[in-house]
Design a protein around this ligand. Sequence first.
Ligand code: GUN
Length: 282
Amino acid sequence: MILIDGKKEAAELRERLKKEVSELKSKYNKVPGLTVILIGDMAPSQIYVRMKEKAANEAGLKSEVVRYPDSIEEKKVLDKINELNKDDSVSGILVQLPLPKHIDKQKVIEAILPSKDVDGFHPMNVGNLSSGYESLVPCTPLGCYLLIKKIEPNLNGKKAVIVGRSNLNGKPMTQLLLKENCTVTITHSKTKDLKSECLQGDIIVAAVGMPELIKGDWVKKDAIVIDVGINKTDKGIIGDVAFDEVSKVAKALTPVPGGVGPMTIACLLKNTIKCFKRSQKN
Ligand code: GUN
C-alpha cells in the first residue's frame, strides 16, 4: 500500500511556489498578496488561518489577516471586501468559514471579486469550473486532485465515488474528476446503500465529517482512497476512513493528519500566485 505523504507533496509544491514568487518579484518588483478575513474566535478557524498566514510568509507572499469580533456588522465586512477588491497589492481574498449566523455567507462570497477569489467559491468560478472553463478551483479538492494524479496520471474511464456533496469539496471534486474523464458518482447522507456505491470506486474521496465511516469491506481492492475528514474524537483527530482496515485493501491512502490538509494550504498559495499572474498586464 502506498501511504500518500501529503506533507511531503505539499512541502515540494511550496518550495516550487517560493521559487516562482522570487522570479515574479524580480520580474515585476512586487509579490503576490493574500488577505484573509477572520471573524470570531473559533479555535479551528484561528488555527487554520495561522497556518495559512505562516505558509504565505514562508513562500515570500505579502500576507495580511484582518480580524473581526463575532459581533461585527455584515456591512463592515462587505465594505472591507470592497476596499480589498480595489487594492492592487491584494491578489487574493479569503474569508474564513464558517461565519457567525447574522452574516450572510452568500453575500460575502459574492462580494469578492471573482479574479481575487482564491477559495474558488464565487458563483462565477463555480460556473466556470463546471463548464470546463479556466477558473479558480477550491483549494481542498485541488489538493486532492493533485495527490490522485501523482498516484495515477491517467484517470480516463476510472470510476470515482465522492462521499459528500459540499460546495467546499464534493461538488468541485466531481468537476475536476469529470474533466479527467472519470465516471463520477456523488453520494450523500440520503444515498441508499453507501457501501455498495463505495465498492464500485477505483477512486474514493471521502468528505463527510463522519469518523471512520468508510470501512475496509467498503473498498475495492487497489482503490485510491482520499480522506478529507478531520474529526475530533476521544482518540484524537481521525478521518472519515477507517485507516487500519482500508490500508489492507487500498492501493493508496492518505493519512489524517498529514494527507489532504497540508495540500489545501499549498494550493491556497498556488491560487494566490495565479491571481497575481493574471492581474499583471504582461
Ligand atoms: N473553512 C474550512 N475550510 C475552508 C476553506 O477551504 N476556505 C475557507 N474560506 N474557509 C474554510
